[in-house]
Write a protein that binds this ligand. Structure first.
Ligand code: PMP
Length: 399
């Protein structure tokens, strides 16, 4: 290590403002087995198709041998890209050329690649507020000026978006999670999607439509991706983390043709290609098993647990607390009376042995403090009831 380490700015300027993920710190506290944790954002491991993946691994190795273990194409395993394209056709009637699909190492990598290719220092970047922390972190490396737009019950606050665009903003990117958003559980309505798509086209914006939860709808009607409404102005991100397993680290980008080449070069420079063996195993799993049947199991469990959480909140929460009612995904968002800080509630809740994620880190404007995220994916119904009871007790003490 160079001796002058403490005497000069050693790290790149671009990394100075990048914060460690606050959630990781919370998860360390919540890892205590006595604590009921609504904090984690993990898919439920009891639903991982372990046996089928074991079989798929063996089949790939037996049938492909060494070929399964070789370097591979940057764009990803062609049959997997075809599978993804076929699924968009079946689910949404979207005609996607598999050439426009790039397999990524989770959708998290897609965020980084887009930052690399599209964000200049100081440039405005429009993001939902509250917004996905991992996106804020990934984009921060490229030093944009975040321009938050409030996420309301029906989707983005379009009046605020119009005002920002009319003010001569330098934004060319808009990041959002239209289905069962992390952290709020909110989805954009059909009308909100249509109005947003029209603005993307009119203002020549590119939307980063991050959709890891869209397949986890346990209630209500499926809504069209914004990428279907404005295909030339949207990059649609998908992920197998919540629908199959996160450990494979496999996601994808659906890109308009004009964007594809640059992003593929960025991907090549970053990691040559995503894990080729896991792509083959995943594809094998998807062809030998029904993803729809597997998703039904996940949705049944998450739907039940969401209902249990909602019922427990209705039973135990003091007046003045409101919460979202997600129709899918893994998260529910609580708004406390304005004078109560969720961070202070966290300390009280830990005394009661229950954990959640305070909302503050999901805002780029840190002054909003009275919200919090509850995850219902990994906690069974009886434990949800007990955890919400404890949370309400902690809250009562603060009122
Ligand atoms: N986007 C959102 C909105 C997420 O919630 C997550 C996972 N927490 C990701 C992207 C990253 O997922 P992955 O890299 O596992 O695909």
């Amino acid at each position: 290590m160079p001796r002058e380490l403490s005497m000069q700015p050693f790290f790149a300027q671009r990394f100075e403002k990048v914060e460690p993920s606050f959630i990781r710190e919370i998860l360390k506290v919540a890892a205590n087995p006595e604590i009921i944790s609504f904090a984690g954002g993990l898919p439920n491991p009891h639903l991982f198709p372990v046996k089928a993946i074991d079989q798929a691994c063996q089949d790939v190795l037996r049938e492909q041998g060494a070929a399964a273990l070789q370097y591979a194409a940057t764009e990803g395993f062609a049959p997997l890209r075809q599978y993804i394209a076929d699924r968009y056709l079946a689910r949404h009637g979207m005609q996607i050329n598999p050439d426009n699909i790039l397999i990524t190492s989770g959708s998290q990598q897609a965020l980084d690649l887009l930052g690399k290719v599209l964000i200049d220092e100081g440039q405005d970047l429009i993001i939902e507020e509250p917004g996905y922390l991992g996106a804020i972190q990934a984009f921060s490396v490229y030093q944009p000026t975040f321009k938050p737009i409030t996420l309301e019950e029906e989707g983005l606050d379009l009046a605020a978006l119009d005002a920002l665009l009319a003010s001569g903003s330098s934004a060319k990117l808009l990041y959002g999670v239209p289905n069962f958003q992390n952290p709020s559980g909110v989805s954009y309505s059909r009308a909100n999607r249509e109005a947003l798509a029209e603005r993307l086209v009119r203002h020549e914006l590119l939307m980063v439509e991050d959709d890891p939860y869209g397949e986890l709808r346990f209630e209500g009607e499926h809504l069209p991706p914004i990428a279907k409404l404005a295909p030339n102005n949207t990059v649609l991100l998908g992920s197998f983390s919540k629908t199959v397993v996160p450990a494979f680290r496999l996601g994808w980008m659906v890109m308009p043709e004009w964007l594809r080449k640059k992003v593929t070069i960025a991907k090549q420079a970053t990691d040559l290609h995503s894990n080729a063996f896991s792509q083959q195993v995943l594809h094998r799993f998807l062809t030998d098993n029904s993803l729809d049947a597997h998703l039904e199991k996940i949705k049944e469990v998450y739907g039940r647990q969401r209902a249990a959480m909602e019922a427990a909140l209705a039973r135990h929460c003091p007046p003045g607390v409101s919460y979202t009612r997600p129709e899918g995904g893994m998260f529910l968002w609580l708004t406390l009376p304005a004078h109560i800080s969720a961070m202070a509630l966290f300390d009280e809740a830990i005394k009661e042995k229950v954990a959640f994620v305070p909302g503050a880190p999901f805002y780029v404007r840190p002054e909003i403090k009275n919200t919090l995220r509850l995850s219902f994916s990994c906690v069974d119904e009886a434990t949800i009831e007990e955890g919400v009871k404890r949370l309400a007790r902690a809250l009562q003490r603060m009122l």
